[in-house]
Design a protein around this ligand. Structure first.
Ligand SMILES: *[C@@H]1O[C@H](CO)[C@@H](O)[C@H](O)[C@H]1NC(C)=O
Ligand SMILES: *[C@@H]1O[C@H](CO)[C@@H](O)[C@H](O)[C@H]1NC(C)=O
Ligand SMILES: *[C@@H]1O[C@H](CO)[C@@H](O)[C@H](O)[C@H]1NC(C)=O
Ligand SMILES: *[C@@H]1O[C@H](CO)[C@@H](O)[C@H](O)[C@H]1NC(C)=O
Ligand SMILES: *[C@@H]1O[C@H](CO)[C@@H](O)[C@H](O)[C@H]1NC(C)=O
Ligand SMILES: *[C@@H]1O[C@H](CO)[C@@H](O)[C@H](O)[C@H]1NC(C)=O
Length: 318
């Protein structure tokens, strides 16, 4: 039954912004279902700026368009008006004080800026759908010399929608990365790591949200894109962190000191064994600082008793 209704929604789709007008009409619920199928949802005008912005978009709200559904609703006549994104209506642009209607629409025929109107949800109206909403701003959590960590908030309209973020990053070359947002994980923000960057280099980043939907007119799968958020950043300068130099110098000194101690110990051992056995004395006499192992090698090289192993040699020394 509903699919027949959808076929009736042949569409005039204007996509100057992420809002799309859909004609001809249906009830509020039908309009919402259509928007969710082909876009993201009915239009959410969370701020007064967005409300006024939509009024100025004359290709979506022409004055002769009559009345169009928005994603605005209340549960009962005393209820709070809420957008479908679950945000409260935060400004007063009612044409008149709402009466019986539980669904919100925009009366394009009114010339003033107070055009919100409450109507019976069963009325047949055209509607305004909205496409994906991208991040409004992103913040750099950390900046390294070869990586950055970036966070942004998932907009309220997108929290119940499977979508993806496309991040294009341009330094010397451009790379594009895709990050999927799957509903059910209940995340309100996205954190990503971008690695393999070059130190002290400037990068330009574009982030857009995308959803894939059957096109309203042709039914072909299409990717809808939000407006682009652009930001730039510079990676940190590579090199040792401050304080590292001191530690390095201390480490080298400690190593040299240990080496000197080891040498002195070796030398003392060699002196102690010196002159114990004649063969040893023969080889090592000219160089009393040679330790036992070196003496043994030299002794072997000079044709020392072939059967005598190192262990036995050292036993003889003692
Ligand atoms: C929306 O309005 C209701 C009733 O005034 C209030 O209880 C609720 O906290 C508001 N929600 C937000 C997110 O401001
Ligand atoms: C995300 O939202 C929180 C509040 O919900 C806010 O404190 C924070 O600044 C926002 N972050 C960005 C990057 O917009
Ligand atoms: C998501 O979190 C909100 C509040 O933090 C909670 O009310 C809601 O039930 C959670 N949804 C899921 C699917 O976990
Ligand atoms: C990003 O990198 C940091 C450390 O480099 C790590 O702790 C964090 O889990 C990473 N986050 C993601 C989303 O990969
Ligand atoms: C970084 O670059 C190396 C080699 O160029 C590659 O093997 C690695 O997969 C890259 N890592 C990421 C996260 O792109
Ligand atoms: C990034 O976005 C800006 C503004 O939308 C656009 O001019 C630019 O070409 C984009 N760059 C890339 C690499 O997508």
């Amino acid at each position: 039954m509903l699919s027949i209704v959808f076929v009736l929604f042949w569409c005039t789709v204007v996509s100057a912004s992420h809002f799309h007008r859909v004609e001809p009409g249906g009830t509020w619920e039908q309009a919402r279902e259509f928007c969710k199928k082909h876009y993201v949802d009915l239009a959410v005008l969370g701020t007064e700026q967005q409300y006024l912005g939509l009024l100025r978009t004359s290709d979506i709200i022409p004055t002769q368009a009559g009345v169009v559904w928005l994603g605005l609703k209340r549960d009962d006549q005393h209820g709070v008006w809420k957008w479908v994104s679950n945000e409260n209506l935060s400004y007063d642009r009612w044409y008149r004080t709402p009466r019986q209607g539980l669904c919100g629409c925009l009366d394009a025929g009114v010339t003033e800026d107070r055009r919100l109107l409450d109507l019976n949800c069963g009325k047949q109206l055209s509607s305004v759908c909205e496409g994906p909403v991208g991040p409004q701003k992103a913040s750099l959590e950390s900046v390294g010399c070869d990586h950055v960590t970036l966070t942004w908030n998932v907009s309220a309209s997108m929290r119940d929608v499977d979508h993806a973020y496309s991040v294009t990053m341009c330094g010397a070359t451009c790379d594009t990365f895709l990050y999927d947002y799957t509903t059910g994980i209940n995340r309100t923000s996205i954190t990503i790591n971008l690695s393999n960057l070059t130190s002290s280099s400037s990068y330009l980043m574009n982030i857009t949200a995308t959803v894939t939907r059957p096109d309203a007119a042709t039914g072909k799968s299409t990717t809808l894109q939000s407006s682009t958020m652009t930001m730039s950043m510079t990676t940190a300068t590579s090199g040792m962190p401050p304080g590292m130099h001191t530690w390095l110098i201390l480490a080298v000194f400690a190593f040299l000191a240990l080496l000197a101690l080891a040498f002195i110990f070796y030398w003392l051992m060699a002196l102690r064994h010196h002159a114990r056995i004649p063969a040893y004395r023969r080889v090592c006499e000219p160089a009393p600082w040679l330790p036992a192992l070196h003496c043994w090698f030299l002794w072997k090289l000079s044709g020392g008793w072939s059967g005598l192993g190192l262990q036995r040699f050292i036993e003889l020394l003692d």
